[in-house]
Design a protein around this ligand. Structure first.
Ligand code: SAM
Length: 205
């Protein structure tokens, strides 16, 4: 039996026909298969509503930015915003990261972001967590030399777990980040409202 890869919702509220149409149009126009591979490439896994993806696209206008997430409300939010604001360097993949990896085996990234992945705090659910040692092995493979991986969470056990895996990985030096590393996404603000400590780390490949 195939392992279940996604436990979240693909939709939180109804998506209008216009938004669906815009998304299809945007995907045709910004097709990942037609990426200019000479340009720098950033990947964000689990974009949520896409705040950070849009922020990255404006900060790095000469870099292509790919967002991967099965959550369709976020995808259509980004495609609508990109069309209205003439953003040309965003590419969207509306499925799980594992599927993305199988489909685009040759892509290599300058930066990879995973911000506030679902924490799955209950012990019996922790095996559902996206970032684990298997996931990180894949990240090492697809990050370019000197490429950056950025991770944050307000779940302390998740953070410690990822930190331990990385500390036990030869040649990987992690840096604990004390400042806000991106703009404040929906889940960043949620963590702040709950007064949860937000832990962030980075490593270079
Ligand atoms: C808690 S939300 C965080 C969203 C956003 N990064 C933020 O900071 O607001 C986690 C996101 O990861 C996505 N996600 C979960 N599993 C995934 C997977 N296997 N591949 C890609 N995205 C995934 C979910 O759909 C959800 O949008």
């Amino acid at each position: 039996m195939q392992k279940k890869l996604y436990f979240g919702r693909v939709k939180s509220r109804k998506i209008s026909k216009i938004k669906q149409h815009n998304f299809k149009y945007f995907q045709k126009k910004n097709n990942i298969n037609k990426l200019d591979l000479k340009k720098k490439l950033i990947l964000e896994i689990g974009i949520g509503m896409g705040e950070n993806l849009i922020h990255l696209s404006k900060k790095n206008t000469q870099t292509n930015i790919i967002g991967v997430d099965p959550f369709m409300n976020g995808m259509v939010n980004v495609s609508d915003y990109s069309i209205s604001n003439n953003i040309k360097n965003i590419y969207l993949y509306p499925f799980v990261f594992q599927k993305f990896l199988n489909k685009f085996k040759k892509l290599r990234f300058n930066e990879i972001y995973v911000l506030f992945p679902d924490p799955w705090p209950k012990k019996r659910h922790q095996k559902r967590r996206l970032v684990n040692s298997d996931f990180l092995k894949k990240i090492f493979k697809i990050l370019k030399k000197n490429g950056k991986f950025i991770f944050n969470t307000d779940n302390i056990s998740y953070f410690e777990n990822v930190k331990t895996i990385l500390k036990n990985t030869p040649k990987i030096k992690i840096k604990i980040i004390k400042r806000v590393i991106t703009i404040k996404t929906k889940y960043y603000l949620k963590a702040e409202r709950k007064r949860n400590k937000i832990n962030s780390l980075m490593f270079l490949n």
